[in-house]
Design a protein around this ligand. Structure first.
Ligand code: SF4
Ligand code: SF4
Length: 368
């Protein structure tokens, strides 16, 4: 989610003249106004933190319980976490993503983090209320209706309990993850969330390395997911934080990495942008550069995760300076990202109403 839109020095040196320029594109008043709005956030610098290895449920395909990070010994000392976040602030981190397993189980650690870096988001299953004075954005994971969640996440009345806990909470954004199996039922789930005034955004299931389960998408279910996302965006414009370009980028047959080149250290050991600043801390406060990304142990060839896209797509501004509409689409993506992740930022109407192809960004790279 690092809005590192400045190209790496190496990239700048090799850029050929593009069909159009940012200066020309910014002559359109709608684009200039939105660009001025979002560029105030270009200074965000993100890292992520696994707050605990504990979780009250076990979901099929969970990326946390894959790989060796799940074996870390939890550091449960709030003062140690406060010191870590103070050090993070000192090295320039301004935005934190607190995840895990289940961060709501360690509220005293969340409070300690909040005292040092008050901008960020918490990823939770939404079954336990996080204290109101922890003012981060709160992302509540939804994987289908209650029948599906009972089967896939082994938790009863999940959506009902999530709504009971977080409806009306200005911090809350419900994140519906589209899997191969739950596309049709999303209509009923979003209707239920909208009825309770809840904000929603969309995620696409991204398999962990070696995952063999039934949730992985096929080209056909990706296309169906895209159509469904667009229908839901049109049906619930007040509740759904998304854009046509988000739908296109996250349901392409190519992964986000294949389309845009992932800038996280796991794929980019360079000394610029996220490759230099991003760290993914485990619950014992250690981190490993080679494994660091916002969804570690996810298969990069299947990565369409909303959190990953928030960094991968936003970082590629230069590849969208190909036409006014392509740039509008990128601005819609950034506007969506800010509305989903930054407490207090509200979504604006999308500028580009049609889902322009993300492969145009790929061609822009190839042409350079
Ligand atoms: S709630 Fe989150 S951390 Fe817990 S098992 Fe499910 S996906 Fe994993
Ligand atoms: S899983 Fe996604 S975010 Fe992580 S390194 Fe691979 S492409 Fe990047």
């Amino acid at each position: 989610m690092d809005l590192d839109v400045k190209a790496a020095p190496q990239e700048q040196a090799t850029v050929e003249p593009s069909p159009t320029t940012l200066v020309e594109i910014l002559k359109r008043p709608d684009i200039a106004e939105r660009f001025a709005m979002v560029r105030r956030y270009f200074c965000l610098r993100e890292s992520t933190y696994d707050m605990t290895r504990r979780c009250g449920i076990r979901c099929d395909g969970c990326y946390y319980y894959e790989g060796d990070k799940q074996n870390s010994q939890d550091n449960v000392d709030p003062e140690a976490w406060r010191r870590l976040l103070a050090a993070e602030k000192a090295r320039g981190i301004t935005f934190v993503v607190l995840a895990g397993a289940e961060p709501a189980l360690v509220p005293q650690l969340l409070e300690a983090c909040y005292t040092e870096i008050p901008l960020g988001a918490i990823a939770t299953n939404g079954l336990v209320l996080i204290p109101k004075h922890v003012g981060y954005r709160i992302h509540i994971s939804v994987w289908g209706d209650d029948r599906t969640s009972e089967r896939v996440r082994r938790a009863k009345r999940m959506l009902e309990r999530q709504i009971e806990t977080y409806a009306g909470d200005p911090r809350a954004v419900f994140v519906y993850t589209f899997t191969r199996e739950n596309i049709a039922e999303s209509h009923g789930v979003i209707e239920q969330l909208a009825k309770h005034g809840c904000l929603v955004t969309f995620n696409v299931f991204s398999a962990t390395v070696g995952y063999q389960g039934a949730l992985t998408h096929t080209p056909a279910t990706l296309a169906e997911t895209r159509d469904t996302m667009l229908e839901l965006l049109a049906a619930y414009p007040e509740q759904v934080l998304f854009s046509p370009y988000n739908a296109a980028a996250h349901t392409d047959t190519l992964s986000l990495h294949a389309l845009y080149s992932c800038p996280y250290p796991r794929q980019n050991q360079g000394q610029f942008g996220l490759g230099r600043t991003f760290r993914q801390y485990r619950s014992d406060l250690t981190w490993i550069r080679e494994a660091a990304c916002c969804v570690p142990d996810t298969d990069c060839a299947d990565c369409r995760h909303y959190a990953a896209g928030s960094a991968i797509v936003t970082a590629r501004m230069n590849r969208h300076i190909t036409s006014a509409d392509q740039f509008r689409a990128w601005l819609d993506y950034v506007d969506t990202y800010l509305a989903v992740w930054v407490q207090g930022y509200s979504k604006h109407p999308n500028l580009c109403k049609v889902p322009v192809s993300p492969s145009l960004a790929l061609q822009a790279k190839a042409g350079r």
